[in-house]
Design a protein around this ligand. Sequence first.
Ligand SMILES: [Fe+2]
Length: 120
Amino acid sequence: MTIEEEIFYPALEGKIEEDLLKEGYVEHDGAKTLINELEASGPDEEYYDAQVKVLSEQIEHHVGEEEKPRVGMFAQAKKAKVDLDDLGQKMEARKKQLLAVAKASGLPEAELTTMDSANH
Ligand SMILES: [Fe+2]
């Protein structure tokens, strides 16, 4: 989600439907909220399993929106001649950096982009 929000989504700004892009950010925040919650709790928590299930459903939905034929984000980006190969390389490089940080020191709590976090 970080590499999409840092690199992919900004590159689509003005090139694909604004509504779709905004929904993408909000869907990321929904997933981040659940991930933060799961990171802070454990399998013994009453709602843990339900949260894992809903998270996986949300991610499936989100990926579906990105990859939907003709109207999805990727399809619209291709139509708008966005250089997806170039973006892919940049995202891959950033992903490597982030994974190295995660391995070395762990990742901080995910920051929400479109709403205030209820966790603070
Ligand atoms: Fe995404």
